[in-house]
Design a binder for this molecule. Structure first.
Ligand SMILES: Cc1cc2nc3c(=O)[nH]c(=O)nc-3n(C[C@H](O)[C@H](O)[C@H](O)COP(=O)(O)OP(=O)(O)OC[C@H]3O[C@@H](n4cnc5c(N)ncnc54)[C@H](O)[C@@H]3O)c2cc1C
Length: 393
């Protein structure tokens, strides 16, 4: 039986997340307008929120944060502001998830305290990562990999201390030839070439990297398996594991902002005397109330898909399909919710005096990174109908 009942401790944690989020909101506009330039350390001390601090410590110590409570905490944090992400403790970026999923015990120990970005996307390679052109060539003489190539759209690419990088050992081997490598900032030949100016999530930095004869130790191949599998895509599947794990997290980030948009809209409708009339007859309902309730229903449906993926994670069961389902559903839901809230509130919604226009821009990423909505729907169709990649791509 699925049970989403929360303990008193869990409810206390979620209350504290909300309190912290209200503080975050005071600085949301600053982060948005100054694009990743940090204001002074403004958030309250962790000691002000002891139970939340305890939960965060658990995560630093290895809990993935992908169970029901973890995802509700993530939603609550982003109900405050996306900039909460840049205040994460070291070692909690996407590259760190890849390290935990695929690193050897020695690699996990050596790299865990560094913040690691994840660089897959290239100017000619996005949705289909098997097209990676960046190369890694082994120099047997020096026992080093020599990396050459270009990466774009690297989240946290400026502030990260290192990166998990995808490169091919042999382009003719297709996806089987692709491996991940650990590269530390400051390694000669590794340059942060650009910081993007973006539509949304401007609190976070997004960078481009160039690798020019960048030499790294042989032991920096993530997972340590140098051989290219002869058939199938064993190694590639291994590195894709990271995304199966983190897709519900991306969905929870987006839905937290969608919930913020709904709360803001509800408050203003009530201030204007709109009777949301839950339970009343449809014939007596205003158009605004009807539209708002439809958006709330979309929110609830998306939340259930996230909770189901999280519940399976807590139960130690596979949740690949549910991860894609919740990301696809939520990516579309939060676009519709934030746009619908803007339509209901009109000029108030697009004013920079409020955060709704920012949430509208910030949620767009839910349907882009870690696999677009179109790609998630393709994964879902393949899984449900038993199609192979050759059948449906
Ligand atoms: C702010 C931001 C942060 C990012 N962070 C990272 C990061 O940290 N690391 C990283 O490696 N990448 C990152 N990305 C890149 C992101 O993962 C890619 O943008 C995404 O995978 C899509 O790739 P693309 O932009 O090259 O689009 P394309 O692959 O060129 O796709 C263009 C459009 O076609 C659609 N499409 C493509 N193939 C198909 C298909 N077979 N069927 C149907 N539709 C299809 C796509 O859904 C999309 O709408 C980030 C992107 C952004 C915007």
């Amino acid at each position: 039986m699925i049970d989403f009942e929360l303990s008193q401790r869990d409810r206390n944690i979620l209350d504290q997340v909300r309190q912290q989020s209200l503080v975050c909101r005071q600085y949301a506009r600053h982060y948005d307008e100054n694009e990743h330039e940090f204001p002074p350390d403004v958030l309250p001390e962790a000691a002000d929120f002891p139970e939340l601090a305890g939960e965060m410590l658990r995560r630093e110590e290895g809990d993935s944060g992908l169970g029901v409570l973890g995802l509700l905490v993530t939603m609550g944090e982003h109900w405050g502001d996306y900039s909460v992400r840049i205040r994460r403790p070291k070692g909690t970026a996407l590259g760190n998830a890849a390290l935990r999923a695929s690193g050897t015990p020695e690699q996990r120990e050596k790299w865990r305290s560094l913040t690691l970005a994840m660089a897959i996307t290239e100017p000619g390679c996005g949705s289909d990562p098997s097209q990676v052109q960046t190369t890694a060539v082994l120099d047997e003489g020096s026992d080093e990999w020599v990396i050459n190539g270009e990466k774009i759209f690297v989240t946290a690419g400026c502030r990260a201390e290192g990166v998990v990088l995808w490169a091919t050992l042999d382009r003719s081997a297709g996806r089987a030839g692709i491996k991940s490598f650990l590269v530390e900032k400051g390694t000669p030949g590794f340059v942060v070439s650009q910081k993007e100016k973006k539509l949304g999530i401007r609190a976070d930095d997004t960078a481009a990297y160039v690798f020019n004869d960048c030499r790294i130790p042989r032991g920096n191949l993530l997972g340590g398996k140098e051989e290219i599998p002869k058939a199938g895509s064993g190694g590639f599947k291994g590195v894709m594991k990271t995304f199966n794990m983190t897709r519900p997290l991306v969905a929870a980030i987006g839905l937290g902002m969608g919930e913020a948009a709904l709360d803001f809209t509800r408050e203003h409708l009530e201030d204007c005397g709109v009777d949301l009339g839950y339970g009343g007859a449809a014939s007596g309902q205003s158009a605004a109330a009807e539209k708002f309730q439809r958006l709330e229903a979309i929110y609830e449906a998306a939340k259930l898909t996230i909770l189901r993926a999280a519940w399976l994670a807590d139960a130690g069961q596979p949740n690949n399909l549910e991860s894609s389902l919740c990301k696809a559903k939520t990516g579309a839901a939060v676009r519709e919710i934030t746009q619908g809230c803007i339509e209901i509130l009109g000029p108030l919604a697009i004013s920079r005096d409020h955060l709704l226009e920012k949430w509208f821009r910030d949620v767009r990423i839910t349907d882009i990174y870690e696999g677009t909505g179109e790609i998630q729907r393709m994964i879902i169709a393949r899984t449900l109908f038993g199609y192979t990649r050759a059948d449906l791509s």
